[in-house]
Ligand binder design. Structure first.
Ligand code: NAP
Length: 488
């Protein structure tokens, strides 16, 4: 699982924090147009940060009580006269109602904080629309990625980054300065054409999780159907036994570990494919195909979903004995044994199998928890590269091996029992072993010295069939240059 992406800023643009050109702005008067949730939270934060605040409302008398006493609440035209920087905390639909203020707003900085209800809702961004309505003003897009709640609770409890863009550097710097005094981290997103991208950010729903979630759902559906056929449909058709009660717990509980196990192997499979590609082409400078690139980028989410399914499997397994069906079955077995006068029901092999199966499962879950915890940005940031790579790569692979042992002890000799082949379908665990065993085998092959060394050389920049320039010191101490093949 790669945690790199979570450690990075929200967007890979230039952070303006620590910019020497940004000077403290506290004490300055800031205007806010609108008296809604955002305007109120913004005013509270600005007042707490040492700014003077003047709020412009259509109905100042009614709204004044909602604002801190330090903030002045007045009519819109009055408010904008008192300041050069005005936050427009009004929805886009109402921008045109502010046109009467065009004269008093001329030459001032307008901060567009608005969001849309849909991605790419309008042809032009809200900020560009505001700029078109007020050509004599300088518009800066910013603060829209911060919620009213974050503003009120302070930057420490929420997202700290404030993405800013504008065509005017000076205006952008002024707004960045205000954001910094308020405790936020201003991030320069460039010119006004980035406004659309900034406005889409709060509307995106888990963009990095879509593919992994669909993958997990797809696998769940496949394994669930397979287990349903084997555990419920087969006894119903062949023996007229009603086992439908198994669907909510037993079938789900045999499906979850399959998904968790296969997903864990899918975290390490793209690394294996990438290594194969590098060995085949003899270079690390050839771009991977897009699908492999995407897959490599989603490893962290795939790993976290694997952990989620494994944790659910653990909870379901702990709850198995609580079920009434389980109690009935226990009593039924006990009565049968009493009737048959069976005294010793202890099967040594079964006892050992279960002990090993449970113990190995707990260790695998423990390792998966460690991988999940260390993928959190706050923890990942406290680890150096070697520690992070050891946990995510080495311990992760060990978790895969231990999960394989857990699966094998669960299956034991069932793969060789013909009664286990319902409708000729092999036991589910044998299917789940396919991808993980391929990954483990490939990793073993890559650890062979001849292959490992070649891979290491490639990853340090060596390329197949490429000539490199070398410089050798001569006997006289002078340097002579020549060319050699790095293949040799
Ligand atoms: P809101 O509670 O509905 O407030 C909007 C304010 O706009 C009203 O209180 C009203 O104040 C003012 N307004 C001016 N002209 C208006 C008109 N013609 N019709 C209706 N209202 C008019 O909305 P909000 O949640 O504060 O959001 C304001 C802006 O901030 C929006 O663009 C939103 O996308 C953005 N934003 C909000 C949040 C958030 O967490 N709420 C987060 C990021 C961005 P007066 O009656 O005093 O004039």
């Amino acid at each position: 699982m790669s945690g790199g992406d979570m450690a990075k800023p929200l967007l890979g643009h230039q952070s303006m924090e620590g910019d020497p050109s940004i000077t403290p702005a506290a004490g300055r008067t800031i205007g806010v147009l609108g008296s809604g949730d955002f305007a109120r939270s913004l005013a509270i934060r600005l007042v707490c940060s040492g700014f003077k605040v003047v709020v412009g409302s259509r109905n100042p008398k009614r709204k004044a009580g909602l604002f801190p006493s330090a903030a002045e609440v007045t009519f819109q035209a009055e408010a904008v006269k008192k300041t050069d920087v005005i936050f427009v905390a009004v929805f886009r639909e109402h921008y045109s109602t502010l046109c009467d203020l065009a004269d008093v707003l001329a030459g001032k900085i307008l901060v567009d904080v608005s969001n849309n209800t849909e991605i790419n809702h309008h042809k032009e961004s809200n900020a560009e629309y505001l700029a078109s309505l007020f050509p004599a003003c300088t518009v800066v897009k910013g603060f829209n990625v911060v919620s009213a709640w974050t503003l009120q609770s302070g930057a420490r409890d929420g997202n700290k980054q404030v993405l800013i863009c504008s065509n005017n550097q000076e205006a952008k710097r002024t707004v960045a300065e205000i954001a910094q005094v308020m405790g936020f981290t201003p991030v320069d997103m460039g010119c006004m054409s980035s406004a659309c991208e900034i406005e889409n950010i709060p509307l995106r729903l888990l963009p990095a999780w879509k593919i992994p979630i669909f993958l997990a759902l797809g696998l769940f559906l496949c394994f669930f159907t397979y287990n349903l056929v084997r555990q419920v449909i087969h006894p119903y058709i062949r023996e007229q036994k009603n086992k439908f009660y198994k669907i909510p717990v037993e079938v789900v509980n045999t499906t979850l570990p399959c998904v968790a196990y296969v997903m864990l192997s899918l975290v390490y499979l793209p690394g294996v494919l990438a290594a194969c590609s590098q060995l085949y082409y003899g270079t690390k400078y050839r771009r991977f195909p897009d699908w492999l690139d995407q897959w490599l980028q989603h490893r962290k989410q795939i790993g976290l979903l694997s952990f989620f399914c494994a944790a659910l499997h653990a909870v379901y397994s702990l709850c198995l004995p609580m079920r009434r069906s389980h109690r009935y079955q226990l009593i039924e077995t006990a009565v049968k044994q009493a009737v048959e006068k069976k005294m010793n029901i202890w099967v040594e092999e079964e006892v050992w199998r279960m002990e090993i199966y449970i113990s190995v499962g707990i260790i695998a879950l423990g390792l998966l928890s460690l991988l999940a915890i260390t993928s959190l940005p706050s923890i990942a940031n406290s680890l150096n590269w070697r520690e992070f790579s050891f946990i995510q790569s080495t311990l992760g692979f060990i978790a895969l091996v231990i999960s394989t042992l857990h699966t094998l002890t669960y299956g034991w000799s069932r793969a060789f029992d013909e009664n286990q082949y319902k409708f000729y379908l092999p036991p589910t665990y044998t299917l789940t072993l396919l991808v993980p065993c391929t990954v483990i085998l490939a990793k073993v092959v890559f650890s062979l010295p001849c292959i490992q060394q070649r891979l290491l050389r490639i990853r340090r920049g060596w390329e197949k069939g490429r000539y490199v320039k070398f410089v050798l010191p001569s006997a006289t101490g002078e340097y002579s240059s020549g060319e050699t093949s790095s293949n040799v």
